[in-house]
Design a protein around this ligand. Structure first.
Ligand code: HEC
Ligand code: HEC
Ligand code: HEC
Ligand code: HEC
Ligand code: HEC
Length: 229
């Protein structure tokens, strides 16, 4: 009987068989990449808001402290959003007739809060708390990115469990003095503390602050029950 396939097909088959598992692995990697992508985690997605409130303008240009609006960030689990009254402290005088501020005036006149769309969300079965993070020296920028450069806020990190764990394994990479938590331009290299000591790197400062702020070991901070209570 004549050969159905030319001999060269053997090579094709071998290459094909070899490629199959690779292909399957590739699909798995692609799937995992999709699971972690900005699309599924919501990272980098710009969210429409009822009022085009700009952090870039209010924080970077006007220099307003985060706590002026997010009053509970150092004291409780939630940072909180400002009531309309906080906006009106200024906007009763500044830009008081601008169309952009119509919904702010309406909200104030009617006593109905502005319906801001929430951007960052961790699932309800996970416990998160702002106060411990900021009081131990984790900067807003480590978790929220350059808020001071955002016109509209977007989520700059994945907020996935592996992201939380990465830091909980090595928090020293992110620790800064507590009074620098809101600073969007902080750099450990060149930082001088109250005793006059100047640091050359994040590694040096982080190691010292981990000790000073009584930050616990990775084994404790990666324990499931810390976040899933
Ligand atoms: C003048 C008031 C004001 C100041 C100052 C301010 N914010 Fe905000 N912030 C708001 C308002 C209003 C919102 C809700 C609308 C929005 O998401 O943009 C908000 C939203 C946010 C969000 C997103 C909340 C969510 O829905 O997940 C983050 C994160 C945030 N602010 C961080 C900061 C940081 C960090 C600073 C200081 C560097 C700061 N803010 C300063 C008023 C302010
Ligand atoms: C400390 C004073 C202050 C507070 C508090 C404040 N603003 Fe403003 N806001 C300003 C100033 C100043 C401008 C700029 C006006 C200009 O460009 O000349 C401005 C501009 C704006 C604009 C116009 C768009 C822009 O960014 O230029 C909007 C919208 C706005 N603010 C919304 C809000 C809202 C909503 C709040 C409350 C969450 C708020 N502001 C709180 C001072 C303030
Ligand atoms: C360790 C990471 C981390 C740090 C540091 C951090 N945040 Fe957040 N922030 C989050 C997470 C996670 C959420 C979502 C919380 C949720 O869904 O319950 C959030 C939510 C918010 C919100 C939405 C309202 C709320 O209370 O949930 C605001 C506003 C906010 N952060 C402001 C700030 C400011 C201002 C700072 C610095 C002073 C800061 N954050 C520091 C992780 C962080
Ligand atoms: C950039 C670093 C960083 C990131 C990101 C981070 N954490 Fe933390 N977390 C810390 C540090 C530092 C502490 C303080 C640890 C200590 O005091 O021993 C802490 C403490 C905590 C605690 C308090 C533990 C206790 O027993 O009181 C919880 C809960 C927690 N983190 C949850 C989370 C969750 C959930 C996320 C992700 C959504 C997250 N963290 C992301 C650095 C981080
Ligand atoms: C530092 C905080 C933190 C610790 C510690 C932690 N988790 Fe999580 N976990 C999260 C966050 C945040 C989420 C939600 C985001 C996500 O799905 O990645 C989550 C989600 C999960 C989910 C749901 C995943 C899914 O795809 O729906 C499971 C299951 C889980 N964690 C199990 C564990 C187990 C088991 C441990 C201990 C080995 C653990 N976690 C430790 C923060 C934590």
């Amino acid at each position: 009987m004549a050969q159905l396939f030319p001999k060269s097909m053997n090579v094709v088959m071998r290459v094909g068989l070899l490629a199959l598992p690779l292909f399957a692995a590739g699909a798995g990697v692609a799937g995992a990449a999709f699971f972690r992508s900005d699309y599924t985690t919501g990272a980098r997605e710009v969210v429409e808001q009822p009022v085009p409130f700009s952090h870039k303008h209010h924080v970077a240009q006007l220099g307003i402290d985060c706590r002026y609006c997010h009053t509970s960030v150092y004291d409780s689990a939630a940072a909180g959003l400002p009531p309309t009254k906080t906006c009106m402290n200024c906007h009763q005088q500044i830009w008081q007739s601008a169309d952009l501020l119509g919904p702010v005036r309406d909200s104030y006149a009617k006593g109905v809060p502005i319906a801001w769309t929430k951007i960052h969300n961790v699932p309800h079965y996970t416990y998160f708390n702002h106060s411990i993070h900021v009081n131990k020296g984790v900067g807003c920028i480590s978790c929220h990115g350059h808020i001071d450069e955002m016109n509209l806020v977007y989520q700059s990190k994945t907020l996935l469990m592996e992201w939380c764990l990465d830091c909980h394994r090595e928090p020293e990479k992110h620790l800064r003095p507590v009074d620098e938590v809101q600073n969007m331009r902080f750099a450990a290299a060149g930082y001088t503390d109250a005793t006059g000591k100047t640091y050359t790197s994040q590694a040096e400062l982080g190691r010292e602050l981990k000790h000073k702020h009584l930050v616990r070991e990775a084994a404790v901070l990666t324990n499931c029950s810390i976040c899933h209570r």
